[in-house]
Write a protein that binds this ligand. Structure first.
Ligand code: FAD
Length: 388
C-alpha cells in the first residue's frame, strides 16, 4: 500500500555521517522540504561497526564538524548538557579518540535533524528512483513498517555508504572460514568470535584496517587467547601519512594515529624481530604474481581469514529514466554530480560520503579520495550551493 505522495526539494538517501552532513548543508541553504530516508537512523557504520576503532583523525575535526553549519549549532544549543559534543570538547583535541564518541555525536545530530523544521524522516529503504520527463524524480521507499511510500523530488542525494570488500580467494582450503572485517575491528566481537583453543587467523592486507585487526588479534593472543597465531599476508611495505608544511602527504591512504604509531613500533622490518608481536604474528610478504602459490602454501593450516583490502560501495537504489530504462551514471568527483553515458549531466542526482567522495590532488600531484567526517563537510560546503 502506498501511504504518501508529496513533493520535496530533495530526498537524502542515507543517515550516516554523509547524510547528516548533506542534510545540514541543505537546511543551512534553506532547501526544503527534505525527505530523509535511512534503514535505522542510527548514524550508519561508524555506530554499527566502528565504535571501538581508534580514530585516524583528531578530536578537533569532529568538534569542527559538529559546529560547521547553523542547523547543527541550533541542535547543540537546544540539547541539554552534558551531551556528546561536550564530551568530545572535553577530550585532548590534537589526538584521536574511539569512534564511539564520533558516533554519539552523529546520533545527537540525527535526533535533532529528524525534528528540524523542513525535514521529514522516513525509516526504510529507497528502492528505486525514476527520472520523469519534467526532470522530477519519483522516489519509492519501502518503509520499515512494510508499507511503500512515494515521493516526488527535484533532487536525489545518494549518501549510501560502503562496506568491506570481500574477494573470492583464488584457492580452496578445507576448514578455512572467513572472519568478517567488522567483527575483527571490534575487540569485543573478535574475542567472542575466536575460540580459546589453538587457532590460526590469516590477515590479508596492509591497510589501516589491517593494522587495526593485527593490533586486536595481538592483544588477544598476548592475554586471553595464548594459543592464537596470526599470519599477516602483505604485498607491499606499510605506507604512512606524512605531515608536510601545511598539508598531509598520503592523508587518505597512509596509516595515521594509533595504528601508525603501533605499526612503526612493531611491524617495520627493523623492529619486527625484536618486538613482542613476532611471538604471535608471522609476516608473509609476497608479490601479486605469486599470490595463488603463496595462499596455497601459507593458508593451509589457517582456521580463519580476514580480508582488509578496502571498501566497496553498497548497492544503490535502481535508477531509471521515464522510459523505464536503467540510467547508467558516471560520478563526477569534483562536483558530487553524475553524468550519463553520453556525458550529459543527470538532473538532480548527487552523491556524498565514503561511496561518493571528493577527488583531491596533493601538491606533489598524487590523487586520492577524500574520506572522513571533516572532508565530507568541507566538500559539501563547496558543492551543495551548486546542487540546483
Ligand atoms: C575502519 C574505518 C575507520 C574510519 N575512521 C575514521 C576516522 O577516524 N575519522 C573520520 O573522519 N572518518 C573515518 N572513517 C571514514 C568515514 O567517516 C566512515 O566510513 C563513515 O561511516 C562514512 O559515512 P557514510 O555516511 O558515507 O556511510 P555509512 O556510514 O555507511 O552510512 C550509509 C547509510 O546509508 C544507509 N543506506 C544505504 N542505502 C540506503 C537506501 N537505499 N535507502 C536508505 N538508506 C540507505 C545505510 O543504512 C547507512 O545508514 C573510517 C572508515 C572506516 C571504514
Amino acid at each position: 500500500m502506498s501511504v504518501h505522495r508529496t513533493k520535496y526539494a530533495a530526498v537524502v538517501c542515507g543517515g550516516g555521517p554523509a547524510g547528516i552532513t548533506v542534510l545540514g548543508n541543505l537546511l543551512e541553504r534553506k532547501v526544503g522540504p527534505v525527505l530523509w530516508v535511512d534503514d535505522l537512523f542510527e548514524a550508519g557504520r561508524v555506530n554499527k561497526a566502528y565504535r571501538e576503532v581508534p580514530s585516524n583523525t583528531k578530536v578537533k575535526l569532529f568538534v569542527d564538524f559538529a559546529e560547521a553549519v547553523s542547523p547543527f549549532q541550533k541542535i547543540l544549543k537546544e540539547t541539554p548538557s552534558p551531551h556528546a559534543v561536550d564530551y568530545l570538547r572535553g577530550l585532548p583535541q590534537d589526538t584521536g579518540c574511539d569512534l564511539g564518541y564520533a558516533a554519539d555525536m552523529c546520533l545527537l545530530l540525527t535526533e535533532g535533524l529528524k525534528k528540524a523544521p523542513g525535514v521529514e524522516a522516513r525509516q526504510g529503504r529507497v528502492t528505486d528512483a525514476v527520472l520523469s520527463e519534467t526532470n522530477d524524480w519519483v522516489v519509492n521507499v519501502k518503509l520499515s513498517s512494510g508499507e511503500t511510500s512515494k515521493a516526488i523530488s527535484s533532487r536525489v542525494i545518494l549518501c549510501t555508504g560502503s562496506s568491506p570488500t570481500n574477494q573470492q580467494l583464488p584457492v580452496s582450503i578445507s576448514d578455512l572460514s572467513p572472519l568478517e572485517l567488522d567483527h575483527a575491528l571490534s575487540p569485543t566481537l573478535l574475542a567472542k568470535s575466536l575460540p580459546k583453543e589453538s587457532t590460526t587467523v590469516a590477515v590479508i592486507g596492509a591497510s589501516h584496517s589491517a593494522v587495526l585487526v593485527l593490533i586486536n588479534l595481538y592483544n588477544l593472543a598476548s592475554t586471553t587467547h595464548p594459543d592464537l597465531k596470526i599470519k599477516w599476508f602483505t604485498r607491499h611495505p606499510l605506507r604512512y601519512a606524512e605531515f608536510m608544511e601545511g598539508w598531509i602527504k598520503r592523508d587518505n591512504t597512509g596509516l595515521k594515529g594509533a595504528a601508525a604509531a603501533w605499526a612503526k613500533e612493531n611491524l617495520e622490518p627493523a623492529k619486527f624481530g625484536s618486538s613482542p608481536v613476532s611471538r604471535f604474528i608471522q609476516k608473509i610478504a609476497y608479490e601479486k604474481e605469486n599470490e595463488t602459490r603463496t595462499y596455497e602454501q601459507e593458508l593451509a593450516g589457517c582456521n580463519r581469514y580476514v580480508q582488509a583490502i578496502g571498501y566497496t560501495r553498497d548497492p544503490l537504489p535502481g535508477l531509471k529514466d521515464a522510459a523505464g530504462s536503467d540510467i547508467t551514471y558516471n560520478y563526477q568527483p569534483d562536483t558530487g554530480s553524475f553524468k550519463n553515458v553520453d556525458g550529459k549531466q543527470i538532473p538532480g542526482l548527487f552523491g556524498a560520503g565514503i561511496a561518493w567522495p571528493e577527488r583531491v590532488t596533493d601538491p606533489e600531484g598524487s590523487v586520492e579520495w577524500a574520506v572522513g567526517f571533516w572532508k565530507f563537510m568541507r566538500y559539501a560546503k563547496r558543492v551543495v550551493p551548486d546542487w540546483n
